[in-house]
Design a protein around this ligand. Sequence first.
Ligand code: ZN
Length: 171
Amino acid sequence: MNAAAASHATTPEAAKAWAAAASVCDPEIPVLTLQDLGVLRDLQLDRDGKVLVTITPTYSGCPAMLVMETEILKALREAGFEKVKVETVLSPAWTTDWLSEAGREKLRSYGIAPPVRASSSRQALFGKDSVDCPQCGSSDTERVSEFGSTSCKALYRCCSCAEPFDYFKCL
Ligand SMILES: [Zn+2]
């Protein structure tokens, strides 16, 4: 971090840049923003108006990351920031625990079961996810397929309401 860099919270300009980057949505789950996902790690605005955005990709090799980067550049340009660099940081690795509470709530109302927290006692005890149906809340669900509509998701079915649904896999 260089001495001229300002934290995103310190100036109105930096706050504006942060808001622009934070509003970019996940290309695969358009209800979630990069801030909801926890993908947006940091944003520095220096005295020359240069913006450095730090992101941590979700699933490694997810083709969506390139789209996200392009969207961040576009959002910042629209907010009046021309000189933007997006830096990808792989360590510490992103986990689904970085999803914000608001993000988990948005997923549920979108019909996707949010990832079970790594600290979930049921997972700790039985070594598997216990996924609640996002439609009716029943925990009586079964996994149909390891892969749902994208590789980030698994396909589940609810045994109570018989509805199939996507589960955002844990990492
Ligand atoms: Zn159900």
